[in-house]
Design a protein around this ligand. Structure first.
Ligand SMILES: [Zn+2]
Length: 423
């Protein structure tokens, strides 16, 4: 693995003042940060002048459906149930494995260009998405997805066999057990998913309390809230990572936080589908572990973690006070909190020993000028267009805003989406 020295990199120091340091990247990690690099450190390293860049942690996306980039803008301006039943599921029924590979490639391209180097993906034909992640050099937790309504009993058993064999896992790609939701997976299968996850040391990821309808239907059918149902199925513990968490009662919130589960909020998607406003401030006050994701590009309509981070911070302030969720905390929700939730220890931060995932952000961009506070500028003023280069696992995956093969990826995605929409 090649060595890189990020020379005179601008880092947020104490009181958010800029400190210039040299960073040695070696063996896929930040090996040294400071002014003490030796001639041996620099030997055979590629030295990159970073005097005009801030070096900031790369984003980690805690919940998405990558291949749904093919449905970006296909069905807008309607609520979740009509959107799913009349548009999304019929379109998805036509997707082949090859289409999913093309959609995943478009998603990874968009993620890299907006500074994201990890995503948790819930979708079908996972082997195609895994291949794309390996080829394009980023990281992912790939779902082994369960949805009883959309799968044969045989396909469900094949999923469990796949999990037992830990097929396709690697340094950058891990598997996660992903029952889609309580309205597509019954209690017995949910229980089995939770048991297998625990026994095989996988995490468990699902959609939870996304809409009012989900909560009302659950009350009618099972006599309890979705959170209580997960508890009943033995799935509410620190192994659980739940997307959305929009409609929590006070009891739900208490139980969820006490269990040590992580909530991955997706405010853009929730607002656009009119599902509700995630209770960011209440979850924070209740001590729940919090992280962020974009959800799919069919409901977001982008995979831009920067936009998600800023919106989460603004919602928290509107729900409580201006002091709630300060910039640094919002940044953690989009970086190291996601990494911690998905078991990537020592990731999501620029510090010695951490995985070498980072962004080179242009300090000479108008949105980063003046620079009273580098983190404030990054969270509140910048957008992903300020990112010049992206490093994942000690390797450049974008340089000077160029990603290898991007023209081809866009051409293929355009043709594929056109064919699927029958236009
Ligand atoms: Zn989702």
């Amino acid at each position: 693995m090649a060595k890189i020295v990020l020379k005179s990199a601008n880092l947020p120091g104490e009181y958010s003042k800029i400190e210039q340091k040299d960073i040695l990247i070696d063996g896929g990690r930040f090996a040294k940060i400071g002014g003490n690099l030796t001639p041996q450190d620099i030997e055979n390293a590629e030295v990159v002048d970073c005097s005009s860049f801030a070096v900031l942690p790369a984003f980690y996306n805690g919940h998405t459906h990558a291949a749904m980039t093919l449905l970006r803008g296909y069905a807008d301006d309607m609520e979740l149930n009509r959107w799913l039943n009349q548009y999304i599921w019929p379109f998805e029924a036509k997707l082949t494995g090859d289409d999913i590979e093309i959609g995943s490639r478009l998603a990874v391209l968009e993620m890299i260009k907006s500074g994201t180097v990890f995503f948790a993906d819930m979708y079908w034909h996972r082997e195609k998405t895994m291949k794309v992640v390996e080829e394009m050099g980023i990281r992912a937790s790939i779902g082994v997805t369960f949805a009883e309504a959309l799968m044969s009993p045989d396909a469900i058993e094949k999923n469990f066999e796949f999990l037992a064999a830990h097929t396709g896992e690697s340094e950058r790609v891990h598997l996660v057990v992903m029952p889609h939701s309580i309205y597509t997976v019954g209690e017995p299968l949910f229980r089995r998913c939770a048991e297998v996850a625990r026994a095989e040391k996988f995490l468990l990821h699902t959609h939870l309390s996304e809409t009012k309808k989900e909560v009302e239907d659950c009350q009618k059918q099972f006599g309890c809230s979705p959170v209580a149902l997960l508890d009943r199925a033995g799935a509410l513990d620190e192994n659980l990572i739940a997307a959305h968490c929009v409609h929590f009662s006070e009891n739900d919130l208490r139980a969820f936080a006490a269990a040590g589960a992580t909530a991955v909020l997706n405010p853009c998607s929730n607002l656009k589908l009119s599902s509700g406003i995630p209770p960011v401030a209440a979850l924070l006050a209740g001590g729940a572990k919090l992280a962020l994701g974009t959800d799919g590009a069919s409901s977001n309509n982008s995979l831009d973690m920067h936009a998600e981070m800023k919106l989460a911070a603004l919602l928290a302030k509107a729900q409580n006070t201006a002091e709630t969720l300060p910039a640094q905390e919002a940044l953690y929700m989009a970086t190291r909190n996601v990494a911690q939730a998905y078991g990537l220890s020592g990731a999501g931060e620029v510090r010695e020993g951490a995985l070498a995932d980072c962004l080179l952000v242009r300090l000479d961009n108008e949105r980063m000028t003046p620079c009273h506070d580098i983190v404030s500028n990054w969270v509140y003023a910048a957008d992903s267009g300020c990112i010049d280069s992206v490093i994942c696992n000690g390797r450049f995956v974008m340089r000077g805003r160029h990603v290898d093969g991007e023209e081809e990826i866009l051409k293929d995605a355009q043709a594929c989406a056109k064919r699927l929409a029958g236009r």
